[in-house]
Ligand binder design. Sequence first.
Ligand code: C2O
Ligand code: CU
Ligand code: CU
Length: 465
Amino acid sequence: MRSALMLGCLLACGPDAGEGESASSTDRIVSSDAEPRPRLRSPAEAPDLAPDDPERVQVELTAAPHSFEVAGQAVEGWAYNAQVPGPTLRLTRGQILEVTLHNALTDPTTIHWHGLHVPFEMDGATWMHDPVQPGQSFTYSFIVDQVGTFWYHPHFDTARQVDLGLYGAIVVDDPDEPEVDLDVVAILDAWAEIDDRDDHHGLDGTSPLLTVNGARDPILEAPPGSVARIRWINAANLAYAGIRSEGMTVIAGDQGLLAAPRHGEVLLTPGERAETEHLLGEAVEILGDPWSLYGGRTPGPVQRLLTVEPSEVREAPQSPAWAFSGLPPTPDPLSTDLVYVLQGDPMTQDWRINGERFPDITPFHLDLDAEAILEVRNLSGSEHPFHLHGHAFEVLSRDGVAPPYREIVDTVNVRLFESLRLRLVADNPGSWMVHCHILPHADQGMMTILGVGDGPHEPHDHRGR
Ligand code: C2O
Ligand code: CU
Ligand code: CU
């Protein structure tokens, strides 16, 4: 059995918290008092078992129970290859990724490739395919024609399995991108009191304790005068993370380089990724702002997530020449093909899309290669990261306001009472999951199906998510 982790209480119920301080949340920065501070390490990469085959990266992942430590506390969780976060899968655009999953758990499981446009049979969702049973293996294989930071996690009993530690990063390199001195994966997770099932991640998500690769408030050592590229993945079940640092540039999002860089801060909701660049003259602190699911940035302690520390102070280096496209957003045709209304409230935890709860849903359909405009309206009592499988989509507008540059993502936050307009080219046939990436919301029903192309879109298995 897992031990109780009370870390969330350090923030949510500690002596400094909850005393009605309404002062700016920048007043108080919560950092760890652990001495010496832990060192951040990028999760070890999975060895390529086909090193002589330039077209393919071949990996084995075994999902099994595993005891590990989070911020000095013992957790009885689950892991891929006895490592939390799981092994980083690293490949180059155009390669085939071949992963054999061995299920050494007592529960069925799958792997879903979040953000990658895989064929439907490889997607790891159990709407139409069987999960991998205990003691069984399955080989996922697909070509990767995207660039950026992605992640993998189970899609069966998802909230619980991800929460127990089953997740890892996928880094897809573009040989044309400039190299940096330090290229690091930083996976955020939140830990509160771990009890039996369901979500353990920070109550309402307001003040979770975020760890980076399982470490609280670690130090990342850097060569002097170096450029650091940090690949953030929010793997928390429900905690939002506002990431902020002086001199930080956001260079990439869910789907590789942004059309234009952004400065200062980035909100990462569960499932989202961002890459940040740090020009290291001297040490920089990266802070996590408190966000509430019930209305955005909120007063409360700011958490120090990570300090990047060059071994000596030098003049800050130049930013390498990233190939930002500078593209403007696609003009909104002002027609609407599909409407998703997000409903529910935190009191009843009755989360729905268009009045329906998964698996009792009516799938939408699009013709293969159709260009569709989706409107997502949040009429619920919480924010929701809206996620679609098998595709990326463009954010055309938020409450009628177009973003300054083209914005292509696979997960997008929908704020309270906000309406988003999204443009999708439905070029990947299948019966794709559409869901909120607050995993307890998805497990409680905030999930539906978008059928693309011909073929059956009816349920095969209702048990798995
Ligand atoms: Cu991270 Cu259904 O996805
Ligand atoms: Cu996904
Ligand atoms: Cu939600």
